[in-house]
Design a binder for this molecule. Sequence first.
Ligand code: WT7
Length: 646
Amino acid sequence: MVEGQVYPVSDEWKKRAKVDAEGYEQLHGRSIADPGSFWLEQARRLDWIKRPEIAGDWSFDEDDFHIQWFADGKLNVSANCIDRHLKTRGDATAIIWEPDDPNEQAKSFTYRDLHREVCRFANVLKREGVTKGDRVTIYMPMIPEAAFALLACARIGAIHSVVFAGFSPEAIAGRITDCDSAFLITADEGRRAGRTVPLKANVDKAAAQARALKKVIVVRATGGDVAMTEGRDIWYDEAVRDVADDCPAEPMGAEDPLFILYTSGSTGKPKGVLHTSGGYLLWASFTHELAFDYRPGEIFWCAADIGWITGHSYIVYGPLANGATTLMYEGVPNWPDASRIWQVVDKHRVNTLYTAPTALRALMAEGDEPVKATSRASLRLLGTVGEPINPEAWRWYHHVVGEDRCPIIDTWWQTETGGHMIAPLPGAHALKPGCATKPMPGIDPQIVDADGNVLTGEAQGNLVIARSWPGQMRTVWNDQERFFQTYFATYPGKYFTSDGCRRDANGDYWITGRVDDVINVSGHRMGTAEIESALVLHESVAEAAVVGRPHDVKGQAIYAYVTLNSGVESSEELRDTLIKWVRSEIGPFAAPEAIQFAPALPKTRSGKIMRRILRKIAEGDTSSLGDTSTLADPAVVDHLIDNRIS
Ligand code: WT7
């Protein structure tokens, strides 16, 4: 990385931004020196039924392990995102919805519209028997009803568990069963890039395996023909006809669960990350306003999917808590053509665009013309999230897309953190391509070595967070022990992020990527163990090892080594079968790009697979395999090299 390249805050941004360099130092300094009063003051940005008198109450130590924020406070998240704006901005636009097909009509909803839609949705849920604390699975395309469904759950105190619409029936079933969810909201079909996605049909297949499921509410999105199961499935448009326009918001404790979101880790089974009401909403609202310097009236577009945490925090909760206008886009950035994303920016006069490096790399590959064919004059700020952004893509985003006038806010965070953790504030921090720069107020990052020694000054090592913050996940659903073991056991007293990180001479943080067996394919986080578990479920497979290898557009691509059961012959056909198998076990985005059949995998004498070697071979970097002397059978490596898939 070119360390020398620095883009200082422009004079214009110094003047206009809410927080300048000095303001940041003050905020961050106070948040660390006196977190109690700092966070109680910040809590005023929410509307409380009972205002909290305590801020953080937490310990990361094993014998007293607990995390709570604003625990004596009461509020309702949906009322914070809707009702409290009605008096001042009831007629302001809350949601702009842009359809997949550019020839179809966009829709928009004022805060008053949103109130009615969410209340009606909540009343349908209530009538179907959903009560406070129930888990509701949401498997939806990017249509306005997806946002209504989240907020309707929050309104009545139900816990939503959104499953990304790209997941397979098996993956949905696993998530329904894990959180014992009796209710599911879906649509007949989804649409993306002109194609339809059979959502209801996938739910039907999932339901056959998920005993917990009792009721399915189906939103009519495409009008496609779907099967309905008597007694279990209901059409939303029929159910909503005769419900009231108003639904009281349930008073919730700040620590009552708001949602579960499953994410991959380094073991086979996805974890149900649990976020609660008060701290999460405060963090989403606080970070949305600071990192994007959000001002009322601006159009904010987070081009993520509601199925991921980015969509939860920056399409729905953060922007709506701040009374923003949030844009929801059904389609993909480059359909019908490579100009679409910029056309949408012009059409809705988007001021802030927040997207992922993988999308930028795909668009960059189409050249500058599709960008230059549009105006983009409305843009004032650009954001990125999901993986380290390569400086080349950063510069393209800055120069070609933003015409050198929009700061690039590179936000490092995780499903577990609820919102931004390390990111430049546009009026405060000089930018460096590929660098997430400084911690948000309240965040106390440290870099530690493998033994947990805290490294000071310029340093490279593992990134930990030394104290709790309001948006921190509270537990793994139903598995507090796994929560502790995954995040707090490695470096006692600290939250371990599983990311590597470097701090430069200027105190800026550069995220270097995961240090565990989690890979990042087109911004989708995947545990290699999850893909391996799926592969070994197939009757022909004895053993599998999955690694990531660099990919120009996707960031990483999935490379799988598969050992077949004895007597099973390898073939191209079997390769295709296994790729399809993973698609159906997890989802299309988890399909391996390459499968190499391997009679044996490189193992230590104690039987541990040496992934370092497998990664090197997949990358084609076979000259520097390092020490192979600890291998049980070094000859295995030569066979792997000879049969590598390029
Ligand atoms: C992992 C978390 C946070 C929402 C989207 C992904 C990587 C995320 C950045 C960034 C470098 C990043 C990390 C992290 N990551 N943003 N700006 N720079 N790396 O959420 O699916 O929970 O994945 O994504 O490796 O641990 P997620």
